[in-house]
Design a protein around this ligand. Structure first.
Ligand SMILES: Cc1ncc(C[n+]2csc(CCOP(=O)(O)OP(=O)(O)O)c2C)c(N)n1
Length: 325
């Protein structure tokens, strides 16, 4: 078992990022429904898997290669709410892409968040490449890629795992399994129950964890990080979770899943259950919690106002970063 050093401060920080992500997410949907934001891809439901995992990394030093659903992850990794909103609204100062990428295509050089491609599973190859570089440079860094279970049907996923295992690279593959690839249920994607079972075929540990429990996700990730830093190679982690909202703001999930199923998972909402746990275990007082929730509200309002007032990119720079200059 990895050495677990989850202090009360770290647990509170975990909750803060999970709740901040949920609040920003809710605001994004409002902006979208008002016609002020183009499209939203939610972390709603995935917060524990995302925050629990990055907390076990050396944040801002190790590499992460997230996917579009990783809002909570990038926040916990040091991207600010203002930066998130600048990105959503396509403003010139968006540090992810200068307002050029679709929303939720993260990439923040300052914090070692590697830029996101739209083609699912390419991030697995990118993280493997970063881990190879770290091994060659002996810089001690670990890389982590995250992805949905649907994208594990892509060739890149299998190529990345194979290469990483053969070369014992310091990389973690984090699957956030929410059971659906847009409208396609997992049972139509793969003939096995668990993504983690695939690890054995490549020669690395495959770990299944409750993706709605940030502490459990932290523990298994910390163990994978220690293995990676010891030179013992990659780990595949499958965090079982659920998304409570449609795939994106352009999708209607009533077409492919029942309201009863969603309601059943909602009972295990990671933000609510973790909040309850912090109160029950007296890690936080109700007053402290209230103050933190107010701070989050203020930050979300500030980020929205800030980004709405920020300038759009200059149209004369349209071709920049597309062709070599
Ligand atoms: C190679 C490729 N095929 C299809 C798409 C369109 N697409 C975008 S997201 C998505 C679903 C991915 O599902 P999953 O990996 O399970 O992640 P989730 O959205 O459920 O978190 C698809 C098919 C794409 N971006 N890239």
């Amino acid at each position: 078992m990895a050495s677990i050093n989850l202090t009360p401060e770290l647990l509170k920080e975990m909750y803060y990022y999970m709740a901040l992500s949920r609040a920003l997410d809710d605001r994004m949907w409002i902006l979208n429904r008002q016609g002020r934001a183009p499209v939203v891809y939610s972390a709603n439901g995935h917060e524990a898997a995302q925050v629990g995992s990055v907390m076990a990394l050396n944040r801002g030093e190790d590499w992460i290669v997230p996917y579009y659903r990783d809002l909570a992850m990038v926040l916990a990794y040091g991207e600010t709410p203002r930066e998130v909103m600048l990105h959503l609204l396509g403003r010139a100062d968006d540090p992810n892409s200068g307002g050029r990428q679709m929303p939720a295509h993260w990439g923040l050089k300052r914090r070692h968040i590697f830029t996101t491609g739209s083609v699912v599973a390419t991030q697995d190859v990118h993280a493997t490449g970063l881990a190879l570089a770290s091994k060659i440079l002996k810089d001690g860094r670990v890389a982590m890629a995250s992805f949905g279970e649907g994208s594990t049907s892509q060739g890149e996923f299998h190529e990345a795992l194979n290469f990483a295992a053969v070369h014992k690279l310091p990389v973690i593959f984090l699957n956030e399994n929410n059971g659906y690839a847009i409208s396609v249920p997992a049972r139509k994607q793969m003939a096995i129950m668990d993504v983690a079972a695939r690890a054995q075929g490549y020669g690395m540990p495959g770990v299944i964890v409750d993706g709605n429990d940030p502490v459990k996700v932290y523990e298994v990730t910390a163990e994978a990080v220690e293995r990676a830093r010891r030179g013992e190679g990659p780990t595949l982690i499958e965090a079982k979770t659920y998304r409570f909202v449609p795939h994106s703001s352009d999708d209607d999930d009533r077409a492919y899943r029942s309201r009863e199923e969603v309601a059943e998972w909602k009972k295990r909402d990671p933000v609510i259950t973790f909040e309850k746990r912090l109160l029950d275990e007296k890690i936080m007082t109700p007053d402290e919690l209230k103050a933190m929730q107010q701070r989050i509200k203020d930050e979300v309002n500030d980020a929205t106002d800030f980004a709405e007032k920020a300038p759009l990119p200059d149209p004369s720079t349209l071709g920049r970063y597309v062709y070599a200059e």
